[in-house]
Design a binder for this molecule. Structure first.
Ligand code: AMP
Ligand code: MG
Length: 403
């Protein structure tokens, strides 16, 4: 059986990044940048004030205190949006607003609240060293600086950088279209009342949402019944998608048809991974479209999505970082696990109590059917394959959600 890391590597090796398209800033959030953004501008473009106050020569206000203020005539005003082409006559102060150009000759800004706010002349009550409350041209970005590297998933702050640099169109990878298929005779759509023996399809909505979070576009294929013919028909409906994700029907039961149908329509690379939850995981292709068949239990399908499908979606988008980061944490409960299977429990992080790492507790029952164990969790707790328990106090790795 493959380890989690081997299975991840096999899935990624079979994928190629999708084509590049160009999008405006309002469509760019969460998209993966295809080319590095290099600054062509000096930012800020001119020396400007960090405060509302008075631009001065620091030397002119040396020694100013509350008891012995320095009085300077006010030689004008520099407003945000005004010309950067002003000069400060020696021995005067100029009113400046936040973001307004600082006049030539000035080397410091005294805050409003450190003066009497005079308009003809101003009493300055503090000394200022050169550079006080100044924002210098180019201190943020200069031409030639690499600001955002290719492969980065764009965040709100990145869009601020692009706008400031005048980059209004961004080259990004096309979003993957992902077919989402639930399988099972027992399933009804979420809005329907389950009859005897039936349960709501909870994987479909969860996987579709997780696909959106990972930058993809879910294409719902509905529910296939547990017959080879119905599974086949639904899988064929995924033509034109970039990836197919199904749930359930991949283990060894009499009514598990997904693997056989995938092999008949395409090929199966592997179908088991040495992990809990989620040992059955079928990976292959259907008529050339990459296929990941997740296990059916709600927790298993979401945990295996996290570990295998989310990285696949990010790889299709050319992302540089496709796996969530792992951090050390100390387990606060004894944790049981099956020997030989790398185990991904659901945990809640507890602030560091002084030993340098956060603690982590389990979210109640870790049965793979207990959706609440995931609802309550803010991380996955990774327990190594070897051994049948991890004692409280041990160091483990955790994978926080949202990083
Ligand atoms: P299977 O992999 O088909 O043996 O299913 C394993 C378990 O997951 C069973 O209890 C199924 O009822 C449950 N299950 C399968 N698919 C879904 C789904 N889409 N939503 C909720 N539970 C499911
Ligand atoms: Mg089933």
């Amino acid at each position: 059986m493959l380890s989690v890391a081997e299975a991840q590597a096999r899935i990624i090796a079979a994928l190629r990044p999708l084509p590049i398209e160009s999008v405006g800033l309002d469509e760019a959030l969460g998209r993966v940048l295809a080319e590095t953004v290099v600054s062509q501008r000096v930012l800020p473009p001119f020396d400007n004030s960090a405060m509302d106050g008075y631009a001065v020569r620091a030397g002119d206000v040396a020694g100013a205190t509350d008891a012995t203020p320095v009085i300077l005539p006010v030689s004008g005003e520099s407003r945000a949006g005004g010309s950067p082409d002003l000069s400060l006559p020696a021995g005067t102060a100029m009113l400046v607003m936040t973001g307004a150009p600082v006049p030539r000759g000035a080397d410091a800004v005294v805050r409003d609240e450190d003066t009497d706010r005079g308009r003809e002349q101003v009493a300055v009550r503090v000394a200022a060293s050169p550079g006080t409350s100044m924002r210098y041209a180019g201190e943020d970005m200069a031409p030639g600086d690499e600001i955002l590297t290719a492969g980065r998933r764009l965040r709100a702050a990145d869009l601020a950088a692009c706008a400031a640099l005048g980059v209004a169109l961004l080259p990004v990878r096309r979003r993957p279209r992902v077919a989402v298929l639930s399988t099972g005779d027992e399933l009804v759509e979420a809005g329907e009342v389950p009859g005897p023996g039936q349960v709501a399809d909870s994987n479909g909505p969860a996987l579709a949402a997780a696909i959106v979070e990972a930058g993809g576009i879910p294409v719902r294929m509905g529910i296939a019944r547990d017959t080879a013919a119905d599974v086949r028909e639904h899988l064929l409906g995924a033509e034109g998608c970039d990836l197919i994700v199904s749930s359930a029907g991949v283990s060894v039961g009499d009514h598990d048809h997904v693997r056989d149908v995938v092999e008949a329509l395409g090929s199966l690379d592997f179908w088991r991974v040495a992990m809990r939850p989620g040992k059955p995981l079928a990976v292959g292709e259907v008529r050339g479209v990459p296929f990941i068949g997740l296990p059916g239990n709600p927790v298993s399908s979401q945990v295996t999505f996290e570990l295998f499908t989310r990285p696949a979606l990010l790889a299709l988008q050319g992302a540089a970082e496709i796996h969530r980061r792992r951090w050390p944490a100390r387990v606060l409960d004894d944790m049981a696990k099956p020997d030989g299977l790398e185990t991904y429990h659901r945990g809640v992080l507890v602030p560091d109590d002084g030993d340098g790492v956060p603690g982590v507790r389990l979210t109640g029952s870790q049965s793979s059917g207990v959706i609440r164990s995931l609802v309550l969790a803010d991380c996955l707790v990774v327990l190594p394959a070897a051994g049948s328990s991890v004692r409280a106090g041990s160091l483990v790795e955790v994978i926080p959600f949202g990083q």
